[in-house]
Ligand binder design. Structure first.
Ligand code: XMP
Length: 517
């Protein structure tokens, strides 16, 4: 396994994803873990991430010397390279020239890391890499034993290595997709240089996870809040595989679910899998709690609170339950560790089924804690969950509650559910569902005039929303074919009585957000 030490870069998670894609297990930890931790982790190799800071200004942010005493290869990326240079006796200097974005780097590709990896050759026959750079500071003096591995005109030491010790460092970011050969470089490092075995595959993982769940819970009972989303569904399937009837899942119908969602959950888990499922019909309760409330954050809070209360009521009936299972995945783990130090501004308070308070006094079981989303999906397929469920677009915790602008009413939710189902059905029929990142319909509680047959209509408006994104932090609206938009509009207006106008949202994020509330 590979240890990734994080200096707080936005893209550290991507390093871990690239390593996992090479089928090697890795974990991300804070840069200042102790020497003892590193020894116990016993990594095959260590990767030092980038940072938003400067090595030059905050030279105290380093790694334990144990990193360089572990006797394993080390790869420094961006700030990680500068730290490596500084800690091993080189020099880093601040610079007022920032290199940011696309760059072409000359690769001195006789090194084990870069040999045979290049995007093109210059007229002089130099191998070149197309990379993504983002830095101000740079290494100006190599540490003893190092030589130059890559360079650009403005950054003569854009990469360095000491092959005798297995130390490599690059100033660019191989983990981002803009660095064309980045994936190959990381794979080369973990497989060839560290000699890690590519044995991290989901089919192996199931057997291991099942054993560890059994060992952890023994014959005690487990309870899990099933939302129908990917994470809780896969967690349920995995735990069920391990302990069968000792798992009970609670599914709450809050009246804000997508069309047929409740029936599908019943079908998949209860009927096909034989899982113990408690379905709580709480539609009235949610609608009453939301009556008259128009503020988006207030709505989120109410929906979150009601869910927690209902779940607790159900949990307290299951007196034998000793464990609370959750579908927490690795990005949640890294994010909440990072959130302690980073001060991000709250745009929306996301509530997930995961966020249950600690009043149940149950032990936590989180079997997906070490997995990335794509691994969770792969696992779900291996466990036999339907592909449509596993590859479904994300659906927010508050559900249709944040897709009905302003006050939530049962009537609005019913109209929205139908319209949304038509949009998704047509998107699938056009073969575009899996090509876009998220698509849905938003209900606007305003009425406009229309004409149908000989009559005047005065009905509601809905907006279609469809975006493409890789991380949901930024997004583009999808350029859906006009014919498809036309078909969806016709169908919604004809089939959903109460809607007479359909519009398409052409706003990017930023400045808009993906959801409308
Ligand atoms: P925004 O609207 O912030 O959405 O651009 C980014 C992603 O987050 C989802 N989202 C939520 N998920 N609870 C959730 O669990 C929420 O309150 C929530 N609000 C937005 C949204 O669907 C998109 O995938």
């Amino acid at each position: 396994r590979i240890l990734i030490l994080d200096f707080g870069s936005q893209v550290t998670q991507l390093i871990a994803r690239r390593v996992r894609e090479a089928h090697v297990y890795c974990e991300v930890h804070a840069n200042d873990v102790s020497a003892e931790f590193i020894r116990e982790f016993n990594p095959k190799g260590i990767i030092l991430s980038g940072s938003h800071m400067s090595a030059y200004e905050e030279s105290n942010d380093q790694v334990s010397p144990a990193v360089f005493e572990a006797g394993v290869p080390v790869l420094g990326i961006c700030y990680g390279m500068q730290t490596m240079a500084q800690q091993l006796g080189g020099r880093v200097e601040g610079s007022n020239k920032r290199e940011f974005g696309y760059a072409e780097v000359r690769a001195h590709n006789h090194t084990k890391l870069l040999e045979g990896i290049e995007d093109f050759r210059t007229a002089e026959g130099h191998g070149m890499l197309k990379v993504w750079m983002s830095h101000g500071d740079k290494v100006t003096v190599l540490p003893p034993g190092f030589s130059v591995m890559c360079s650009t005109p403005s950054c003569p030491i854009a990469g360095m290595c000491d092959e005798s010790r297995g130390y490599y460092a690059v100033q660019f970011h191989p983990e981002v997709t803009h660095t064309v050969k980045g994936r190959e470089i990381i794979e080369r490092f973990v497989l060839s240089i560290c000699g890690a075995k590519p044995d991290w595959v989901m089919s192996n993982y199931i057997a291991e996870a099942v054993e560890s769940i059994k060992a952890q819970v023994g014959d005690e009972e487990v309870i899990l809040g099933l939302s129908g989303g990917v994470d809780s569904s896969v967690a349920a399937a995995l735990i069920h595989r391990a302990i069968g009837k000792n798992l009970t899942c609670v599914f709450v119908d809050n009246g804000l679910l997508r069309k047929n969602e409740r029936e599908q959950v019943r079908e998949t888990f209860e009927k096909n899998m034989g899982l113990k499922l408690i379905v709580v019909d709480a539609v009235d309760r949610f609608m009453n709690a939301l009556a008259g409330v128009t503020d988006p954050e207030q709505k989120r809070k109410i929906i979150g609170r009601e869910f927690v209360e209902i779940f607790q009521e159900e949990a307290s009936k299951l007196t034998a339950a000793k464990w609370l299972a959750q579908g927490t995945i690795y990005p949640d783990v890294i994010e909440s560790a990072g959130a302690k130090t980073k001060k991000a501004k709250t745009i929306k308070s996301h509530h997930n089924v995961g966020g249950l308070p600690d009043t149940l006094h149950l032990k936590l079981l989180e079997p997906l804690r070490s997995l990335f989303k794509d691994e969770v999906r792969e696992l779900g397929v291996e466990l036999g969950l339907p592909a449509e469920m596993v590859y479904r677009h994300p659906f927010p915790g508050p559900g249709l509650g944040v897709r009905i602008l302003g006050e939530v009413k049962r009537e609005y939710a019913d109209l929205l559910r139908e319209a949304d189902a038509i949009f998704i059905e047509e998107l699938r029929a056009a073969g575009l569902y899996d090509k876009v990142s998220q698509a849905f319909v938003v209900f606007l509680p305003v009425k406009s005039v229309g004409v149908m047959g000989d009559g005047r209509t005065y009905d509601y408006v809905v907006s279609l929303r469809c975006v493409e994104t890789s991380d949901f932090m930024t997004a583009h609206w999808s350029h859906l074919p006009y014919e498809l938009l036309g078909r969806v509009s016709n169908r919604i207006i004809n089939e959903v009585k109460g809607i007479n106008r359909v519009v398409y949202d052409v706003s990017g994020k930023p400045p808009a957000t993906i959801e409308w509330e």
